[in-house]
Design a binder for this molecule. Structure first.
Ligand SMILES: Cc1ncc(COP(=O)(O)O)c(C=O)c1O
Length: 403
């Protein structure tokens, strides 16, 4: 027993509560890709998931999970012991083909992928250059790494180059790494990949791009950031990105993470990456549902991405026309900047009363005074749902902002 620690923890929690920063877990059950119920059976329209293509409720995805469960539920061990299901290899091959790379390795979450890749590849004398707004899993990967970490200003490639120049003389025998989200999880903007590639080539850096919110979301067939720039410039940067990291938990409607690139990296990670080696593998059913979602994306990319893009444009236009402060962009992550955490919380709670769930994102996930509603639109939202939600957000914002 340590009553002192208990008291200190309670004090910290009380302080979080006073500052409107206390996090709690509300129970929800999805009844479709866009609607969920709470414990009392109240129904909500949800505009906050990462289920970008709405495939969590596609019959093919559900059937794949059900049928695969027939041959057992848990994977029973790490991939290096007894957990090497056929489904895992099938999905890895499918991702490699989709991303047009040599090889892929699945991890249990996107979070563990970032930790496991960054920690395994970087050594004491190395330097990691990391975008200021990278996801927490990248930040945590750099924190547990023994390498030196330099954070460059968000998407500021001049700052990145200056930081590299500061290090390069004293780091002649070291490896340099540039790590960036492809689509940034909180602002929804897109990394300047061509410039990152240019700098990585110029200074011999290994380039790692986290495609968690890009795979299935940007690029004309949903291949992500590389395809997005190929569509724009005609230049294919696939071979210039050393490693793409992704997740199975967002557009691929399941859970898990992956890293893909040259075979040598994958062989190395199989041998050295602790989250891969020391964790029980994902269940075959989880992997099979991600694979079914990927197959659907490959077969229907035009339809899915058209729906996602037109829903995104409609929501962005409605909010923008009403004068809300949304971060400019083109992805379905639409941050409505509110400012104070208390007001963001209040708006989220008022929306809940109207049957709409949009999460308030507060520090430490975003900087102080940049609290926001992180609204996400998905391909299966209807026009009516988007218009209703935009109208409610605008009404509530107008009332609360005046008070
Ligand atoms: C950019 C980014 N990378 C990685 C992750 C972690 O992925 P997962 O939820 O599969 O652990 C997330 C979000 O969850 C993310 O936004």
């Amino acid at each position: 027993m340590n009553p002192n620690l208990e008291n200190k923890l309670k004090e910290e929690l009380d302080e979080l509560k006073t500052n409107n920063l206390l996090r709690t877990v509300d129970d929800l059950r999805f009844i479709s890709s866009t609607k969920a119920i709470d414990n009392d059976g109240n129904e909500f329209l949800v505009f906050g998931t990462n289920n970008y293509l709405g495939l969590t409720h596609h019959p093919d995805v559900i059937k794949a999970a059900q049928e695969t469960s027939e041959s057992g539920t848990g994977s029973t061990g790490s991939r290096l012991t007894t957990g090497a299901s056929f489904e895992a290899r099938e999905l890895e091959n499918n991702i490699s083909e989709f991303k047009n790379v040599e090889s892929t390795l699945i991890f249990n979450t996107g979070y563990m992928t970032n930790l496991g890749v960054i920690y395994a590849l970087t050594k004491e004398n190395d330097v990691i250059f990391s975008d200021q707004l990278n996801h927490a899993s990248i930040i945590d990967g750099t924190r547990i790494s023994k390498a030196k970490v330099k954070v460059y200003k968000h998407k500021d490639t001049k700052d990145l180059e200056n930081l590299i120049l500061d290090e390069i003389e004293s780091k002649k025998d070291s490896n340099l790494f540039i790590v960036s989200d492809g689509v940034f999880s909180m602002d929804g903007d897109i990394a300047p990949l061509p410039e990152l590639v240019e700098i990585a080539d110029k200074y011999n850096c290994t380039l790692i791009i986290d495609e968690a919110h890009a795979t299935g979301v940007i690029g004309k067939t949903g291949k992500g950031t590389v395809e997005y720039y190929k569509d724009k410039t005609g230049i294919d940067l696939t071979d210039s990105v050393d490693l793409q990291i992704g997740t199975l938990s967002k557009a691929l409607a399941s859970e898990g993470g992956f890293v893909c690139g040259k075979q040598v990296y994958i062989d190395y990670l199989i041998n050295k990456s602790r989250p891969f080696i020391f964790a029980t593998a994902l269940s075959p059913a989880t992997i099979a549902s991600a694979n079914a979602a990927l197959n659907l994306l490959k077969e229907n990319s035009e339809e899915y991405l058209n729906n996602l893009n037109s829903n995104t444009s409609l929501m962005r236009k409605l909010l923008c026309d009403a004068g809300l402060n949304i971060v400019d962009g083109e992805t379905p992550i639409i941050p409505i900047i509110i400012g104070p955490a208390e007001l963001a919380n209040k708006i989220s709670k008022e929306l809940e009363k109207e049957g709409i769930i949009v999460s308030a994102i507060r520090p430490p996930s975003v900087p102080k005074d940049m609290s926001r509603l992180r609204l996400t639109v998905i391909a299966t939202h209807t026009k009516d749902e988007i218009e209703y939600t935009a109208q409610k957000i605008i009404e509530i914002w107008n009332i609360l902002n005046k008070n």
